[in-house]
Design a protein around this ligand. Structure first.
Ligand SMILES: O=C1NC(=O)[C@@H](c2ccccc2)S1
Ligand SMILES: [Zn+2]
Length: 236
């Protein structure tokens, strides 16, 4: 019998600590939300947001899903766990799994969802740029929206219908159709919040996570469109 060379390629989170020491930190994301251990919101002020609607946006294929850049247009996120600082939406993107039902980054009581939207904001009260804020413990605030298969999401479809045009990493398409990122959020805005990190390298511990409790429904076709274009960063 011939000797078969066995090469074990170790990629993914397990190797991130070698290159990104932050990944060894004490506030790493994503986490499993153990609902029984979450404390009640207490006296936190309401979380408020405002986004601009009628400005051109670009959808980019960064290689692991799709990302919509806000191109610096005005927006505001404040209140809740964010103290007196005002945050601005930089970009929003999604995480889908390779199989339906296991795409989310966060899990709730061990349960994964079909996908997870992230609206990434940075602290404009304290820092001068997204890049600077991304290195600070109170620099970023990410709104997380859990996605489950159900009825079609019309606002999200404004992006999903463009995916066939950005099938390769680096592809970008600009659209000027009015879109309100607030329409991507669930109706009920109860949320869990915890101090965490970027979920991808460099895993910097600079994110105040705000994960909405209520999942948002997207159609099976919308999940399929995402899956067939983005399976673990490879275009299939
Ligand atoms: O919420 C997150 N999702 C990601 O892909 C991470 C990230 C990494 C760099 C910039 C913006 C976001 S943090
Ligand atoms: Zn993300």
């Amino acid at each position: 019998p011939y000797l078969v060379p066995v090469v074990i390629l170790i990629v993914g989170p397990a190797t991130w600590v070698e290159k990104f020491p932050e990944a060894r930190g004490t506030r790493q994301s994503p986490v499993d939300i153990v609902t029984s251990r979450a404390s009640s919101g207490g006296s936190a002020p309401p979380l408020v947001w405002r986004y601009s609607v009628n400005h051109p946006r670009s959808v980019v294929n960064p290689g692991y899903c799709w990302r919509v850049d806000e191109n610096g247009y005005d927006s505001e996120l404040r209140g809740g766990p964010l103290g007196s600082d005002v945050y601005k939406l930089q970009q929003w993107h999604c995480h889908w799994g390779s199989v339906n039902g296991e795409g989310s980054e966060h899990t709730v009581d061990g349960r994964a969802f079909s996908g997870e939207l992230h609206l990434v904001h940075w602290n404009t009260s304290k820092y001068n740029s997204f890049t600077e804020a991304a290195g600070q413990p109170d620099g970023l605030a990410v709104l997380g929206v859990l996605l489950m298969v159900g009825s079609k999401h019309d606002e999200l479809d404004k992006v999903v219908r463009l995916l066939p045009y950005i099938q390769h990493k680096g592809d970008k398409v600009t659209f000027s159709e009015p879109l309100n990122p607030a329409n991507l959020l669930p109706k009920r805005i109860a949320y869990w919040t915890y101090p965490g990190s970027l979920t991808t390298p460099p895993c910097t511990e600079s994110v105040t996570w705000i994960l909405f409790k209520e999942p948002v429904q997207v159609s099976a076709e919308q999940v399929r469109l995402n899956l067939c274009y983005y399976v673990n960063g490879k275009n299939v």
